[in-house]
Structures are given as structure tokens and as C-alpha cells.
Write a protein that binds this ligand. Structure first.
Ligand SMILES: C[S@@+](CC[C@H](N)C(=O)[O-])C[C@H]1O[C@@H](n2cnc3c(N)ncnc32)[C@H](O)[C@@H]1O
Length: 214
């Protein structure tokens, strides 16, 4: 492993806005961290957490948690939030598979899944973050009217997610295969992550799906 990455992995757990799912008190530590009890939004597979940080700046009346399984990616997220003095955002080192173990009392109103790995091969379908095994987890950590948003550049993941929403009888709130063809988009739909910027540079169309469980 490169030395720089190794240092980041060692350092990141010492940062005051970074939490680890394997800590037994992680949920209460997260609750204590936020200065105010406010509606919660989660960004899953956040990487450097561009979505969470920009939402946190623009919606100070809400709290945000950026979640990624890779601690070194959260190092950058944590440093950016600290530099920008954003206190209503925290970061959680966790696999999506483990979220039910963390969020027992704390519920989210919204989940953003931003440019997840598409896992195009049939043998990897279970790893897609909109596979039914993940939807069960999202349902359990959302409030009853909570929403899930998927942003992707990937046609296969977009079509697959629409199919799953239909098969599982979920409520499709919004879907577009070319987000920026529309005008007057809400600010929160237009935040551009590191990966989104790369896809736009490669002239890919950005897709967005919003769905709920009721
Ligand atoms: C392609 S990157 C996108 C990063 C960021 N959302 C962006 O748009 O710039 C996908 C991220 O999802 C994370 N990830 C993939 N599977 C995950 C899982 N099961 N649980 C948590 N994070 C996951 C990866 O570690 C990676 O940082």
C-alpha cells in the first residue's frame, strides 16, 4: 500500500467528525456530535463526500452523514468539511451492508447514492447498491416517508434500478436519463461530485432516480 494512503487510514479515525461502524457506541457518538437534533440525510458510497458537504453548507437546518467503506476516502471528506467549517456533517466508515447495526434509533429522511460502482457483470448483481438486499436495509434506516435518490452515469444500473422499483412495488417519485436536459432543477439535484464531473467531461448523460417505500 502506498505510504500516503497508509498514513491517511491511520489518521482518519482520530478526526473528530469521523466515526467507525465497528465502535459499539457509534450511534450515540454520532448523535452527540451534531450540535442540533435535525432531520438527517445520508450519502452512501460518498467518496470525498461532495454531496454531503455541499448540502450541509446549503441546508444548515439539516444534518448529513457521508458513508464509505474506504477510510482513506473519508480523510479527504473530513479535511474539506473542517477547512470549510461545516459542523452539520459527519463521516462514517461503514459498509452499506452494516447500516442496520448502526442506525437503530437514528433515522434518515433521505439517502443519496452518488455514482456507485455499477457492477455490470451478472455475477456481481448482488453488489449493486440498489439490489433488493440493500433496499431492505434502506427501508429500515429511513423514516416512513423517506426517499432514496440514485445518481449514475451508467445505463445498465439505471435500467436495473427502475426494474427493481417496479418488481418490488416501490413508489417511483422521479426519473430522468438526462438530468441536465431539464431547466429549473432544484439545487440539490445539481451538486456535482468528483465522479460526476469526470462523467460530464466524458460527455456522459447523468441519470437520476428518486423512489420511496410508501
Ligand atoms: C465510484 S465511487 C463514487 C464516489 C463519490 N460518490 C463520487 O460520486 O465522487 C464509489 C464509492 O462507493 C464506495 N462503496 C462501494 N460499495 C460500497 C459499500 N457496499 N458500502 C459502502 N461504500 C461503498 C467505494 O468505496 C467508493 O468510494
Amino acid at each position: 500500500m502506498p505510504r500516503k494512503k497508509h498514513i491517511k487510514i491511520a489518521q482518519v479515525r482520530t478526526f473528530s467528525n469521523v466515526f467507525d461502524f465497528s465502535n459499539i457506541n457509534v450511534e450515540s457518538d454520532l448523535q452527540k456530535y451534531f450540535l442540533k437534533e435535525q432531520p438527517l440525510t445520508i450519502e452512501l458510497g460518498c467518496g470525498q463526500a461532495d454531496y454531503s458537504i455541499n448540502l450541509a453548507i446549503n441546508f444548515p437546518e439539516r444534518n448529513f452523514i457521508g458513508i464509505d467503506r474506504k477510510p482513506n476516502r473519508l480523510w479527504n471528506a473530513s479535511k474539506n468539511a473542517t477547512t470549510l467549517n461545516v459542523s452539520n456533517v459527519a463521516f462514517l466508515i461503514a459498509y452499506a451492508e452494516k447500516l442496520e447495526e448502526v442506525f437503530k434509533n437514528l433515522k434518515a429522511e433521505e439517502i443519496w447514492i452518488t455514482f456507485p460502482d455499477p457492477y455490470p457483470r451478472n455475477g456481481s448483481i448482488k453488489k449493486r447498491l440498489t439490489h433488493p438486499r440493500f433496499l431492505q436495509i434502506y427501508k429500515s434506516i429511513l423514516t416512513s416517508n423517506g426517499k432514496v435518490n440514485l445518481k449514475t452515469d451508467d445505463d445498465t444500473l439505471y435500467e436495473y434500478t427502475l426494474k427493481i422499483i417496479s418488481e418490488e412495488n416501490l413508489k417511483l417519485v422521479f426519473a430522468t436519463e438526462d438530468l441536465y436536459s431539464a431547466s429549473n432543477l432544484d439545487y440539490e439535484k445539481t451538486i456535482k461530485t468528483k465522479y460526476e464531473k469526470m462523467h460530464l467531461e466524458n460527455e456522459k448523460k447523468i441519470k437520476l432516480i428518486t423512489f420511496s417505500f410508501t
